[in-house]
Design a protein around this ligand. Structure first.
Ligand code: F0G
Length: 351
């Protein structure tokens, strides 16, 4: 078989699918675990980035979606539905298209990044927007899927999280150990839950000695897990994690408590600073939500909560091209120059 087969085939023994199921894959997984020299220097840790923007639709959601859509197809469903801040909808529509299923996505009006909307449209999804937030969208799709013949592919569908465990296994397989600390952005809290289950499984099976401490980071305006109570009107520039009432709340708390980890929150300014630093200094362009893990790394390194010399993995969850508007914030016009090499040289202050 040519190349990487996708996460279901790669982890056949750990990611069960129904007997005889046709696997729906776009070649997800096997993403780079990239050393981050600048962040390592800043923090005194050995930092790696798990670059999930390298997945087929540009986010980690593809790991769970290959499993969810494989199950939906095997179960004879003809349509799938999800609520999304953008990435789940992009992924669901792609895998549904691949499987020949219809997809429907429910999004909060005006609150998803343009690239993600473009993806859902391009893959041929039925896109519906509501005047509400992600939490409202999720409640609506749960009710719809309970009453009508359409499969729910949000992470409340447990097979999604089984697929997402594969990121933790890839990290261990590449490093030959688990990191000391794993930093993640947290929105609906499925991913931190899945990573913790993945690491715990490898420890239980004797494949690694110890699991990492799980550090989960939220945006200040959407930090229910940090505050310990749901947020009615979540707000942040990191729209992917603009979630007030995470579905996997209990899983995230288990991850933190069993691992000796922590939750904390970052302001939009701190998130954007990390976003720019990642692109400017590491050459890694991610979406704002993804930079939350790195903003949290910098915060905990600065205040001493991150032990010096730790091996740290920060998952950067989605590609920067998802959200071109944030990248172009503050840019009114690209600098014009005449069609003339001297003018180019002078604009660049070359001598
Ligand atoms: N980063 C990105 C880029 C995301 O899209 C999400 C979640 C998260 C982090 C947080 O992961 O929800 O498992 O804690 N996006 C969901 C969506 C809510 O609809 O695409 P989580």
């Amino acid at each position: 078989r040519p190349g990487w087969p996708g996460i279901i085939e790669a982890y056949r023994d750990r990611v069960p699918v129904p007997e005889g199921a046709k696997v729906v894959s776009l070649g997800e997984g096997n993403t780079p675990l990239l050393p981050a020299p600048h962040l390592s220097e800043l923090t005194g840790a050995t930092v790696y980035l798990k670059v999930e923007g390298a997945n087929p639709t540009g986010s980690f959601k593809d790991r769970g979606m290959t499993v969810a859509v494989t199950h939906a197809l095997a179960g004879g469903l003809e349509a799938v539905i999800c609520a999304s801040t953008g990435n789940t909808s992009a992924s669901a529509s792609a895998y549904a298209a691949r499987a020949g299923l219809t997809s429907a996505v429910l999004i909060p009006r005006g609150k998803i990044a343009q690239g993600k909307l473009a993806q859902a449209v391009a893959y041929g999804a039925r896109v519906l927007q509501i005047d509400g937030n992600f939490d409202d969208c999720l409640e609506l799709v749960r009710k719809t899927a309970a009453e009508y013949p359409i499969g729910l592919v949000n992470s409340v569908n447990p097979v999604r999280l089984i697929g997402q465990k594969t990121a933790a296994w890839e990290i261990c397989d590449v490093l030959g150990r688990a990191p000391d600390v794993h930093c993640l952005p947290v929105g609906n809290a499925g991913n931190i839950t899945a990573y913790w289950r993945g690491y715990s499984e490898y420890v239980a099976d004797g494949l690694v000695e110890a699991a990492p401490r799980m550090f989960g980071f939220q945006a200040s305006g959407a930090a229910p897990l940090v505050l310990g109570e749901p947020v009615a009107n979540p707000e942040t520039i990191a729209t992917a994690i603009r979630v007030g009432s995470p579905a996997s709340w209990a899983g995230a708390v288990t991850a933190r408590d069993e691992s000796g980890g922590l939750f904390d929150k970052l302001t939009d300014e701190q998130i954007l600073a990390a976003y720019r630093l990642l692109a400017h200094r590491e050459g890694v362009f991610v979406e704002p939500s993804s930079a939350t893990s790195v903003a949290g790394l910098l915060l905990t390194a600065a205040d001493g909560r991150l032990p010096e010399g730790s091996v740290v993995v920060c998952t950067v969850t989605g590609h920067g091209l998802k959200d071109p508007d944030t990248a172009l914030l503050g840019l009114s016009e690209v600098e014009p120059v005449p069609v003339d090499a001297t003018a180019v040289a002078s604009a660049l202050e070359l001598r």
